[in-house]
Ligand binder design. Structure first.
Ligand code: GLC
Ligand code: CA
Length: 557
């Protein structure tokens, strides 16, 4: 396997709006991030993925971009960005930008022109269609509720928006659009940024003729499946690779909704003709999938093991995995798989960080930050949650209280509460009024407290990251082969990693009860070293093993 820096990296995702507010307006900003770089460096990561910081009317918190080459007013200026980039580089931290090019904001100059008349020369930058029998051109639903089509009075046609009405989809079949996007990307690369996380990049190529999509039972609109992995997506990414990516030493990760193993092997192929890696979403769909996001099934551990193992084994040697559970769209993993305790946070972190692939840590995950009890829908800020609540209750499809409990479990806002820096007002995030509520548990869970406690989740994550990046086991952790043990066990996630005669054994009791299990003889020792454990002394390794609830340990055997 070819060795490269982005395989050996650990990425820290920052959602700027919720990270640190430097000027008291209640909104996190670039200067706030720069002021916390020492903290990020202390954690030990070497890459930051910055959620969008571009000019935006914030219908979807910056994922609706009005100018790709300007900074959002609330976040600061281009000088602030340059300073952040320089300060990060001085600390050996690279910066990966969010690239949102499936759509723009409706306030982007391209769209303003495009909608101005049917014969405007930018008309074809977007996807315009005539009405069909006086209605929408097809049955597609927006990911944020309602139809994916918006009627435009002025020119009497519909435009496509797979997300909000303020996020019209770009027409990637138009070569001029591709030129413009590639020019913009080149501009950022020339500035010295270190890569791109590509927002819903699997959706850029729409199917020929925009046919109706299959409807799930009880659904109001057709699903998004047809828009994922479309007919020209690989061709367009190969073109992007040739014209931009291959010219720079950068890392790329595609957010690929609907990706399968087969597709991932193309997107993230080891020949390097498209992207370096992709985010897949099957494992985070196991407690209620895309079609039924507002559910809270219990995630079965055997199913989780089977899924993650499939991705580990089937990309090995031919593509590269991203490993994650948290980001700005996902509820907090410690509330999802764990029981909100620091022990469960450490156990889940171990299970993920010992796998093959590039790990992503989302801000606050390293503190064990939890889901937030927002209460009534008025306390939410996320367009997806708010729209779904209104659409599904007004159509009589869901009971308000029951739906609210699912939103409490799954809402993206769980990840977007302000970073908990200390126990002072607003968790030290802002001196003003925060744009979204602070999780009331900030007095128990915060960075200042954890930095003063050597047994904290923070120092545990620091150790996990150091093991991968700077230890005698780094090569085995980054490049070793993965084998699952005990596939059917309901409580324990156990696997080995092996490389050139060295072997690690990872044991994680992902349950809130003590677990007993039997290891295959060849995995039961002898122990050469204990890499990490979350409960004082490491347990003695033997065939008949016992682990306390949420206990985990990694041995070299
Ligand atoms: C991606 C982003 C999400 C955003 C959506 C539309 O899924 O991660 O936050 O709302 O794309 O841009
Ligand atoms: Ca601010």
């Amino acid at each position: 396997m070819q060795k490269v820096w982005w395989k050996e990296s650990v990425v820290y995702q920052i959602y700027p709006r919720s990270f640190c507010d430097s000027n008291g307006d209640g909104i996190g900003d670039l200067k706030g991030i720069t002021g916390k770089l020492d903290y990020v460096q202390k954690l030990g990561v070497n890459v930051i993925w910055l959620s969008p910081v571009y000019k935006s009317p914030n219908d979807d918190n910056g994922y609706d971009i009005a100018d790709y080459q300007a900074i959002m007013d609330e976040f600061g200026t281009m000088e602030d960005f340059d300073e952040l980039l320089m300060e990060a580089h001085q600390r050996g931290i690279r910066i990966v930008m969010d690239l949102v090019v499936n759509h723009t904001s409706d306030e982007h100059a391209w769209f303003v022109e495009s909608r101005s008349s049917r014969d405007n020369d930018k008309r074809d930058y977007y996807i315009w269609r005539e009405a069909r029998d006086g209605k929408e051109p097809n049955n597609w639903g927006s990911c944020f509720s309602g139809s994916a089509w918006q009627w435009d009075e002025k020119t009497q046609m519909y435009y496509l928006h797979c997300f909000s009405q303020k996020q019209p989809d770009l027409n990637w079949d138009n070569p001029v659009v591709r030129d413009k996007v590639f020019e913009m990307m080149t501009w950022w690369c020339e500035k010295g940024i270190d890569g791109f996380r590509m927002d819903v990049i699997s959706m850029i190529s729409k199917p020929e003729g925009l046919p109706d999509a299959p409807m799930a039972e009880g659904a109001l609109y057709g699903g998004c499946d047809l828009t994922c992995n479309g007919p020209h997506v690989h061709e367009y990414l190969q073109e992007m690779n040739r014209r931009v990516l291959s010219k720079y030493d950068i890392m790329t990760v595609g957010e690929t909704a609907g990706v399968t193993i087969e597709e991932a092997r193309k997107y993230a192929n080891s020949e390097g003709t498209e992207l370096n890696m992709v985010f897949q979403f099957e494992h985070v769909g196991l407690d209620g999938g895309d079609a039924d996001k507002w559910a809270k099934k219990k995630m079965s551990l055997p199913a989780l093991k089977e899924n993650l193992t499939k991705w580990q084994k089937e990309l090995a040697g031919v593509a590269w995995n991203s490993i994650f559970f948290c980001n700005h769209d996902q509820p907090r993993v410690v509330s999802r798989l764990g029981d909100n305790s620091p022990e469960s946070a450490k156990c889940i972190g171990t299970m993920l960080h010992m796998m093959q692939g590039t790990p992503y840590v989302y801000q606050g995950e390293e503190l064990g930050m939890t889901n937030c009890l927002f209460g009534p829908i008025e306390n939410y800020r996320d367009i997806e949650s708010i729209n779904a609540y209104h659409e599904l209750t007004e159509a009589g499809l869901r009971e308000p209280q029951e739906l609210l409990s699912c939103i409490a479990y799954k809402s993206r806002d769980n990840a977007r509460t302000p970073m908990q820096w200390n126990g002072s007002a607003n968790a030290g995030f802002t001196t003003g009024t925060p744009w979204i509520m602070v999780n009331p548990n900030y007095k128990e869970i915060n960075a200042e407290k954890e930095l003063a406690d050597e047994n904290s989740v923070f120092y545990y994550y620091q150790k996990l990251i150091r093991l991968r990046r700077q230890s005698e086991w780094s090569d085995v952790i980054v490049y070793g082969d993965y084998e699952l043990l005990l596939p059917q066990d309901e409580a324990v996630f156990a696997y080995t990693r092996s490389l050139e005669g060295r072997k690690l054994l990872v044991l994680c009791n992902l349950s809130d009860a003590d677990a007993e299990f039997e290891l295959p003889a060849e995995a039961a020792g002898p122990v050469k070293a204990v890499l990490i454990t979350n409960e004082g002394e490491a347990p003695v390794l033997k065939e008949r093993m016992k682990l306390k609830k949420w206990q985990c340990v990694v041995y070299e055997i």
